[in-house]
Design a binder for this molecule. Structure first.
Ligand code: ATP
Length: 270
C-alpha cells in the first residue's frame, strides 16, 4: 500500500544536534541544506544545484538520520522509500511508485527524497540477483534515472540515497546530474562513540555520572544504531529489576547482550 512506501513528514524535529560525530559528512550535507533554503542565491551565476547525493557506509551509521536532519534543518518535507520494498513487487508497480514519489515531492518542493538501500534497485543492469524479478528491478531503476534527468534545475528537489555497497551500483546512477556526489558515513571512532552515547543518554535516567570514555572503550566496532540499542537495552534491564535509575552495570550487561547479538549475526553471514 502507498502508506507503507511513502513516509512523508515535514520533519522539523530531527536536526544536526541529533547526529553525533560524522563531522565531514555533516559539513557536506550542510551545503545541501543551503541549496534547499536559498536556491536563487546559488543559481544566480548560472550554476546548477546538484540533484542527488549518495550516502555510503555500513549499516546503522546514521545515513537515514542524516537525511532526515537535512530535511529538518531546511524545514522541507521528507519523502522516503526503501529499495527493499520493491523486492516482491509486481511488474510495473515499481516504476509507477517512483513516478508518484517524484510527483509528490515536486508538488511540495522544496523537498528531500530519501531512497534507502538503493542497491536493491540500483545494481548494475544485466547482472543476476536473487531478489525478485530482474525486469521489474530494471524498470524501476530506469524510471528513477528518467525522473532524475527529467526534473529541471528549478525544481528544488534533492534526492539522497543510501547504500553500503556503492561498488555494485549501476554506473549510470553516478553520472553527472544524478548521484554525482558521494558522502562517506563511516563507523564511529572512540571519540565519536562517546558523542553518540551522549545523544542517546539524554532521555535515560542514570543513577550515577557515567564514564563515557569507559563506555566508548567497551564498544569498538559498534555502529550508532548499536549504541542507541545499548542505551535502550540498559534502561530496560534496569527497569526489569525494578531499579529507580540505570547503573553502569546495566550498561555493561547491555553491551554484553548486544555483542552476543552481533556475534550471532556474523556467524550467519560467514
Ligand atoms: P541502515 O544502512 O541500516 O539503514 P543507517 O545508516 O541508515 O542504517 P540509521 O537508520 O540512520 O542508520 O541509524 C539507526 C539509528 O541509530 C538512528 O535512528 C539513531 O538512533 C542511531 N544512530 C546511528 N548513527 C548515529 C549518529 N551518528 N548519531 C546519533 N545516533 C545515531
Amino acid at each position: 500500500s502507498k502508506a507503507k512506501l511513502f513516509d512523508e513528514k515535514t520533519d522539523t524535529r530531527t536536526s544536526f544536534k541529533d547526529v553525533a560525530g560524522l563531522e565531514g559528512a555533516k559539513e557536506e550535507v550542510e551545503e545541501i541544506v543551503e541549496f534547499l533554503k536559498n536556491p536563487d542565491k546559488y543559481t544566480s551565476l548560472g550554476g546548477k544545484i546538484p540533484k542527488g547525493a549518495l550516502l555510503v557506509g555500513p549499516p546503522g551509521t546514521g545515513k537515514t538520520l542524516l537525511a532526515k536532519a537535512v530535511a529538518g534543518e531546511a524545514k522541507v518535507p521528507f519523502f522516503s522509500l526503501s529499495g527493499s520494498d520493491f523486492v516482491e513487487m509486481f511488474v510495473g508497480v515499481g516504476a509507477s511508485r517512483v513516478r508518484d514519489l517524484f510527483k509528490q515531492a515536486k508538488d511540495k518542493s522544496p523537498a528531500i527524497i530519501f531512497i534507502d538501500e538503493i542497491d536493491a534497485i540500483g545494481r548494475a543492469r544485466g547482472k543476476n540477483n536473487f531478489t525478485g524479478s530482474n525486469d521489474e528491478r530494471e524498470n524501476t531503476l530506469n524510471q528513477l534515472l528518467t525522473e532524475m534527468d527529467g526534473f529541471g534545475t528549478n525544481t528544488n528537489v534533492i534526492v539522497l540515497a543510501a547504500t553500503n555497497r556503492a561498488d555494485v551500483l549501476d554506473k549510470a546512477l553516478m553520472r553527472a546530474g544524478r548521484f554525482d556526489r558521494q558522502i562517506y558515513v563511516d563507523l564511529p571512532d572512540i571519540r565519536e562513540r562517546k558523542e553518540i552515547f551522549e545523544v542517546h543518554l539524554r532521555p535515560i535516567k542514570t543513577a550515577e555520572t557515567l564514564d563515557l570514555d569507559f563506555l566508548a572503550r567497551q564498544t569498538p566496532g559498534f555502529s550508532g544504531a548499536d549504541i542507541a540499542n545499548v542505551c535502550n537495552e540498559a534502561a530496560l534491564i534496569a527497569a526489569r529489576k525494578e531499579k529507580k535509575a540505570v547503573t553502569k552495570q546495566d550498561f555493561l550487561d547491555a553491551v554484553d547482550r548486544i555483542v552476543g547479538g552481533l556475534e550471532k549475526k556474523n556467524k550467519i553471514i560467514t
